[in-house]
Design a binder for this molecule. Sequence first.
Ligand code: DAH
Length: 342
Amino acid sequence: MTTQEYLEALERVRIEGAARIASAETEAELTEVRNTLVGRKSGRLSHLMRELASLPESDRREAGARANSARATIEEKIGTRAMELGAKTSPQQNLDLSMPARQSWRGAKHPVTLIIEEIEGIFRDIGFTIALGPEAELEWYNFGALNFPADHPAMDMHDTLYLSDDVLLRTHTSPVQVRTLQSYPPPIRILAPGNVYRRDFFDASHAPMFSQIEGLAVDEGVSFVDLKATLSYFANRLFGKTKTRFRPSYFPFTEPSAEMDVECQLCSGRGCPGCKGTGWMEILGSGMVHPSVLESAGVDAERYTGWAFGMGPGRIAMLRYGIPNIRLLYDSDIRFLEQFAR
Ligand code: DAH
């Protein structure tokens, strides 16, 4: 073959190839066309490339460059046509099994939700049911019915978020006690979880909205013994066998009142910065329901007595999981939250 004939043959492959590529209607046809043009063994262009060696040495460089360019043109046209055909075929034929899978995340319950569920479980086991009340509450349920004196500092505008003269965002879950007592006759054993609001600054241990769990038991012949026994049982279930102690306290709606401490969970009672060296951590407020609260709700305080408690599951979650700053509970930082996936 002369150099002239060689170059003409190249040109024919290029032109005919382009036409055949353009008229391929399926990916299979295109593959067939590709084989006849640039297939390694029998492709026409591949054959011509092998023929290069038989040309006069002085022409080889130029002819080789032309052959390479013909090959590039053909490959490019095949690529373009393959894309056109691919777009016409179904997505299934287009599956790229080598593509990395899309990353997925497992949902996790918030640590405060986990604690609330755990506490609800313990009290359900001993006969308590769940009661709920409104977050936008009448002032009377939040304070008056709970025996707060009219000038009590907690009612001050600095602590309470008022929505109108007599409607506020409840500052605690205790109003659910009164609403429940109004709606159901004793015996009553309820647990009332929910959000509460205070005009606090947002610092390491205060948030303007947080959750509380209220408990209430009212029946004939209920005494402080029931309160102590039930709350001690609860603490031992929540924290594992642990020491508890009750300290006298004051709340307008209970008399007598007591706060319950558990042995510091960080130092097992030896004393550490977490418990300010006392070896104890306060987990709840409690007391015998004040007779005037029962009377406000229309319950006969001569016949019935009751005990109640309130606690902050956020605080307990911080103790339980060693969370140093309350903000972590509200920031929705996925790196923090995903540690509770299980
Ligand atoms: N309501 C109180 C608070 O928000 C907590 C509390 C204390 C609730 C004693 C009670 C109780 O039911 O008996 O600080």
